[in-house]
Ligand binder design. Structure first.
Ligand SMILES: Cc1ncc(COP(=O)(O)O)c(C=O)c1O
Length: 408
């Protein structure tokens, strides 16, 4: 049983312990579970109007007190802003963290972690990961002096062999990982990272705090592209980091967000909080339907592989079953037996699924992954990535059946 604690709003990004009266949540339940916290956004009620839904604060600047203090805790909207304090507080609770920061995008959040490292620091990252971040690590991070080794993070032995005690400062993992949904044993990776004196950061975008809580498994930092499931409606680009503790690395990340200014806009923060109210419902539904779609396709004659961690045939199934609870996520990939052009043609025939990149929205998406990643992509050319939304499962399965049959 977890307790809703209004004091969580004090965990705002700039580290202030002061809290404006109007942003204190009113405690509506003594103790509540994560789905309740999310649905009620920690029980926040506006103190001056009794409004159930918080206002958007577009203000860029805040008035100083006559004695030269900023007692409300806000001075200027780049370091922090009352509208994004609320989604940060909620996400922090859902992940069981000590502090949370939202960012202008998932990439802004992820890169803030690497920018907080020092030139010469060694980083271990997965071979299978979000391509945009992999490209950034290979180009910008390398130019800035970070030494990044890419390993098969689903193999604990490979992670253990890659860390260099005293030199490795960060182990970055993603689980489930784009686009094969490879699973990394988070607790195992944390042990390896910590034994080498490094920190573990987890891109948990696909798992969401509904299915996995990496901090409980030993992670130091959790990252989300909040563009995906957290917001859930394909209408906000956002990112977030959650820290297991306030430490020197976190302070550097706080300073980087304030200094680089990659903050979430007020309206986007408000939409994100609204999206998170239905996170549990959406994720539960996506998991159920993704499992049904994967089971349906696993023995389809035109498909050589149905990649979904919820299938016993998936190489990461046993670890996923241990560290994910409530489902295996809404993402799966299929590999089309006749190759790349047949895969692209299959995607062209869908009517209900939308041919689009991204994931985690209420509408189901299909994409030929290698086409979006471009030349040099490690995604198999015959692979279609599916983001399962909240539509009726029979419509989604029927549409895939007719799209596959069209090429038979
Ligand atoms: C797993 C994962 N991490 C990070 C990102 C980057 O997030 P954003 O597009 O919000 O910058 C994405 C985007 O697709 C993603 O899928």
């Amino acid at each position: 049983m977890q307790t809703c604690n209004p004091g969580d709003l004090a965990n705002r990004g700039h580290g202030s312990e002061m809290m404006a009266e109007s942003e204190k949540p009113e405690q509506t339940t003594e103790s509540c579970r994560p789905a309740t916290m999310a649905a009620q956004a920690l029980g926040w009620i506006d103190q001056s109007t009794r409004a159930l839904i918080p206002p958007v604060h577009p203000a860029t600047t805040f008035v100083r007190d006559p004695d030269n203090q900023y007692r409300a805790g806000y001075s200027y909207a780049r370091p922090t802003n009352p509208t994004f304090v609320q989604p940060e507080a909620l996400l922090n609770r859902l992940e069981g963290g000590a502090a949370c920061l939202t960012f202008a995008s998932g990439m802004a959040a992820a890169t803030a972690v690497f920018l907080a490292l020092r030139p010469g620091d060694h980083v271990v990252a997965p071979q299978v990961m979000y391509w945009g971040l992999r490209n950034w690590l290979k180009s910008y991070a390398a130019e800035r002096g970070l030494v990044v080794d890419f390993v098969d993070a689903s193999a604990t032995d490979a992670l253990a062999a890659a860390v260099q005690p005293g030199r490795t400062k960060l182990v970055w993992i993603e689980s489930p990982a784009n686009p094969t949904w490879a699973i990394t044993d988070i607790a195992g990776a944390a042990e390896i990272a910590h034994a080498a004196g490094a920190r573990l950061a987890v891109d948990s975008t696909v798992a969401t705090p509904v299915l996995t809580r990496p901090i409980e498994l030993g992670a130091d930092i959790v990252m989300h592209s909040a563009t995906k499931y957290l917001n859930g409606h394909s209408d906000v680009v956002a990112g977030a980091l959650i820290a297991a503790r306030h430490d020197e690395l976190w302070e550097r990340i706080v300073a980087i967000r304030a200094g680089n200014g990659a903050i979430l806009g007020s309206f986007e923060a408000w939409l994100l909080l609204r999206g998170m109210r239905t996170l549990h419902l959406r994720v539960e539904r996506c998991c159920r339907t993704a499992q049904a779609v994967a089971e349906h396709l696993v023995s389809h004659p035109l498909i050589i592989a149905s990649l979904y961690p919820g299938l016993p045939s998936h190489p990461g199934h046993a670890v996923a079953a241990r560290q994910m609870s409530g489902g295996f996520g809404g993402m799966l990939s299929i590999r089309i037996a006749s190759g790349e052009s047949a895969a692209i043609a299959t995607a062209a025939r869908v009517k209900v699924w939308k041919r689009a990149t991204s994931l985690g929205g209420v509408e189901s998406l299909i994409e030929h992954r290698a086409s979006i990643e471009g030349p040099g992509s490690p995604a198999p050319p015959d692979l279609l990535r599916l983001s399962v939304g909240i539509e009726d499962a029979a419509d989604l399965i029927g549409d895939l059946q007719q799209a596959l049959a069209g090429g038979a």
